[in-house]
Design a protein around this ligand. Structure first.
Ligand SMILES: *Cc1c(COP(=O)(O)O)cnc(C)c1O
Length: 402
């Protein structure tokens, strides 16, 4: 949780600005707010950092990906390709905007692969919800080629990839729109918050209106504003925006330190037999929030997890058995356990979620152990962690040899 590691005076200052005026709402009240516009400033900061032409902040990252897809024209009955390894929010967002998730294979990038996408493409495919996982980026050259060739709508869920870029372009800017999360577990937090970026003015206007009941935000009389479209309330509050603003300013520093520590860990661990790493499609653009280890096979990874637990080494995720990140534990998706009927259930789902063949994804996630990189570590702590990981991997392979 790098963002929350550095929480202090800067966040309190921004929050206090809002508390001084009492205007917790992001729109209007021009007199009383005395020039304090935190959501706007947060958006300017996101724009500056990503070089996006437009940014809009909202209540959370789940809303942000749903809004990004809706504003890109994805809706009822549209088939959207999704990964089986993501945070469940991406799949829920596709379902809740009325579209139909189609699962495709990921690869060692931990993201959907061009090859995986190609295999499930049909004339009915509308688009891709591409998720940049564990701080890195997908193979954008390969995927963009497919997007252009098949005229697909690309939307990026960069929920956990703020600060990542591919060949100089920030994630979120390859498709029509892209989303970020600023929840409590991301590189920067707003407590709860999300952002959508785009280079298209037309898409931005849809995002802006859709996330606030259709308001066009023209003029100074909120009750008399035009409503070109229907929307809903996905607004961020000024208090959350204040925290997100202070945190976002810290991301360049957090990323720099994370990169240094991730490189130290990688250099040490690459000498241990049996350890390899997830593929970084652009090492220079890695946000370095996670060190992603690949063990030789699922059994070796599970034995390593046991050894890490035995040695009391924390701070890692074994996603293969995680309830919210990998499809193996998604019985609620497979059985469409919903509180009320979704369009996908009414229209029919072409894929049998209970009989998905995703051997590559199973293999990669079975082998993956991800360590959260912390910007508040000391170099001693980094070396000690590398040593502990190395010992756990060696102990695991010794167990296997018996
Ligand atoms: C965190 C995350 C989300 C959801 O963000 P919230 O702000 O928690 O709603 C969506 N997608 C991905 C890939 C995430 O990691």
């Amino acid at each position: 949780m790098p963002g929350t590691e550095l929480f202090g005076a800067e966040e309190r200052k921004e929050i206090n600005d809002v508390l001084e005026t009492g205007i917790l709402f992001r729109y209007g009240h021009d007199q009383q707010r005395r020039g304090i516009w935190k959501a706007r400033e947060f958006e300017e900061e996101v724009k500056k950092f990503t070089s996006a032409k437009y940014a809009h902040t909202v209540s959370n990252g789940s809303a942000a990906i749903a809004i990004a897809m809706a504003a890109s024209g994805i809706g009822a009955g549209d088939e959207v390709i999704v990964p089986p390894f993501t945070y469940i929010a991406s799949v829920e967002a596709v379902l809740f905007i009325g579209a139909i998730p189609i699962f495709a294979e990921i690869d060692e990038t931990l993201c959907l692969s061009a090859e995986g996408i190609k295999k499930v493409l049909t004339p009915k495919t509308k688009g891709i919800c591409l998720v940049h996982m564990c701080g890195g980026t997908a193979d954008m050259d390969g995927i963009m080629e497919l997007v252009k060739e098949h005229n697909l709508t690309l939307v990026e869920d960069a929920g956990q990839a703020f600060g990542a870029s591919y060949k100089g372009t920030s994630v979120g800017l390859f498709g029509t729109a892209g989303s970020f999360s600023f929840d409590f577990f991301k590189i920067a937090t707003a407590g709860e918050g999300g952002a959508i970026i785009t280079n298209s003015e037309e898409t931005y206007k849809k995002i802006d209106s859709y996330s606030d009941h259709g308001h066009d935000h023209v003029g100074t009389n909120r009750g008399m504003e035009q409503h070109p479209v229907l929307g809903f309330n996905y607004r961020i509050s000024e208090l959350h925006a204040a925290v997100g603003l202070a945190q976002t300013r810290k991301v360049p520093h957090i990323r720099e330190v994370n990169r240094k520590y991730k490189k130290m860990l990688t250099d040490i661990l690459s000498k241990t037999e049996g350890i390899s790493f997830a593929t970084l499609t652009d090492p220079a653009g890695d946000s370095a929030t996670f060190l992603n280890l690949l063990l030789p096979d699922t059994e070796a990874a599970q034995r390593t997890v046991d050894e890490l637990n035995k040695a009391g080494v924390g701070g890692f995720n074994y996603w293969y058995s995680n309830m919210y990140h990998f499809i193996n534990q998604w019985d609620h998706v497979k059985n469409m356990a919903t509180v009320s009927k979704l369009p996908a259930e009414v229209l029919g789902i072409p894929q049998d979620y209970n009989d998905l063949q995703l051997p590559k994804s199973q293999e990669v996630i079975g082998r993956l152990i991800s360590f959260g990189v912390r910007c508040t570590w000391t170099e001693e702590e980094v070396k000690s962690l590398a040593n502990n990981i190395s010992n756990a991997v060696k102990a695991a392979s010794a167990v296997a040899a018996i």
